[in-house]
Design a protein around this ligand. Structure first.
Ligand code: ADP
Length: 451
């Protein structure tokens, strides 16, 4: 595991083979009966205690994530401590309020735990992704085997210790480390599982769904995105444009729901580009451990090379570089720095417009009227998330209703503020939802008793 800022090894982990994966699933199976028999209120209390422990240990957890993949420490504290704490507390509340049984047409429908859940998670928001899956599965009464991303194994151990110290049985939450093709593949094909919840690339998700199909194991897939930020002509541009710039480049664009397509009114192009340049001037690239850093390095050399390739292809497609050059900036402290880039004038079928880059690259798509804005937003293979910005909430909601995505955020609402709202996508962004009561229900089965 390499710290991408210091470019030094911070530790090593092994790669679990199929036998080790099998042992972990068997272990998770041993504690399933006892855990699924606990009262939902007991499980909710344990999630609340986990939140308390995560909060107490938050500084260490945020620093670990920051070293593993270069996330600026201020962002890590907000998204890898505060966000998972609120997700845990909201999942505890959802567990207490959940309709564990209801009457329908003379029958009683019971929501029962699905069984053993595998969680396969990425490196970009590692703690949040783990907590979103593990908290919901445990809340449902399932036990869990987690395979964290190979780049970020150490924060996973810290999170697990919060769950175990809060009262989850040690066998009920196992971790297997390793890469996708070995450990991830063995885990998703394991016949003992009830459900695989995966977050990562489209290719990884397809492999998981194929492997899981062998045992008819259900899957939840949270995959890529090329999410639009639609700025309506009545928005206050001076306020909105810096925010749109910030949210597209959160975590240096390494976020599946980063709004990396800016759908903007052509009538205000000149003013908008001035505001974008000013926003880029306020970005601070540097040591992730420095609280004033807004953009760290990309997570690895491999990721940096992938992004550079995307930028070179965009240049060949005739992109105009509104901001940035597309070179690495080793003077910032490592070879993994790329300063924010904003591209314009690309043809609609250019790869930079259509494909997820997972780096600090925003693409402007100008529109002449609102119908065109909606068409541009929906002309996308992905459907994870979108933002709409407007001077009128009603106007923004009307446009939100037209967008083909799983989640729309109006005027800068953040997941942190709404941790019980389901998250997940359409089209090639995958299927299924995480968070809140809907996320909990993913890990239950319905059992109907008619009498
Ligand atoms: P990213 O490009 O974000 O790293 P990946 O899909 O490669 O996305 O990785 C996300 C997670 O999925 C990681 O934990 C990785 O090890 C795992 N993974 C990758 N490929 C597979 C696969 N074929 N089967 C199961 N898990 C996989």
């Amino acid at each position: 595991v390499i710290d991408p800022y210091r470019e030094i090894e911070i530790g090593t982990v092994g790669v679990a083979d199929a036998d080790l994966v099998d042992a972990a699933v068997t272990e998770a199976g041993r504690s399933l009966a006892a855990w699924s028999a606990t009262a939902p209120a007991t499980r909710a209390d344990i999630l609340d205690r986990t939140a308390d422990l995560l909060e107490q240990r938050g500084a260490e957890i945020a620093a670990t994530v920051s070293a593993e993949m270069g996330m600026p420490i201020t962002l890590a504290a907000a998204t890898q401590r505060d966000l998972p704490v609120s997700v845990l507390r909201s999942m505890a509340a959802a567990t207490r309020a959940f309709a564990w049984s209801e009457n329908i047409d003379g029958a009683v429908l019971h929501r029962v735990p699905a069984g053993i859940v595998a969680a396969i998670t990425p490196w970009n928001m590692p703690v949040h992704q783990i907590v979103a899956k593990v908290a919901a599965a445990l809340a449902a009464g399932c036990t869990v085997v987690l395979k964290p991303a190979e780049a970020t194994p150490f924060d996973a151990e810290l999170i697990r210790s919060c769950f175990i110290d809060a009262g989850v049985p040690a066998q009920g939450f196992a971790i297997v480390n390793g890469d996708g093709p070995t450990t991830g593949a063995a885990l998703s094909a394991h016949p003992g599982l009830a459900h695989v919840s995966f977050t990562g690339s489209v290719r990884g998700g397809q492999a998981v769904a194929r492997a899981a199909a062998g045992a008819l194991t259900r899957t939840t897939l949270e995959l890529g995105g090329k999410s639009p930020a639609v700025v309506l002509a009545d928005a206050d541009l001076a306020t909105v444009i810096p925010k749109v710039f910030g949210s597209g480049l959160v975590n240096s664009g390494q976020a599946c729901n980063a709004t990396t397509r800016l759908i903007l009114p052509a009538a205000h192009a000149g003013r908008i580009e001035e505001l974008l340049v000013a926003a880029a001037g306020a970005a601070r690239l540097g040591d992730p451990a420095d609280p004033s850093t807004t953009h760290g390095p990309l997570a690895s050399r491999i990721q940096t090379d992938r992004v550079l390739e995307h930028i070179a292809t965009a240049r060949e497609s005739g992109a105009r570089f509104v901001i940035g050059t597309g070179e690495t900036e080793p003077s910032r402290g490592s070879d993994c720095f790329i300063a924010p880039i904003v591209l314009a004038d690309l043809p609609p079928d250019a790869a930079a417009v259509r494909e997820e880059i997972f780096g600090p690259v925003l693409v402007i798509q100008y529109y002449d009227d609102e119908a065109q804005a909606i068409t541009l937003a929906n002309d996308c293979q992905y459907g994870l998330s979108a933002e709409v910005w407007s001077g009128s909430t009603d106007h923004a909601r009307a446009v939100a209703g037209e967008l083909e995505v799983g989640q729309v955020k109006v005027n800068g609402v953040r997941t942190r503020m709404r941790p019980a709202v389901p998250f997940g996508g359409l089209k090639r962004s995958g299927y299924g939802r995480e968070l809140g009561a809907v996320g909990l229900a993913e890990f239950t089965e319905i059992k109907a008793v008619m009498s």
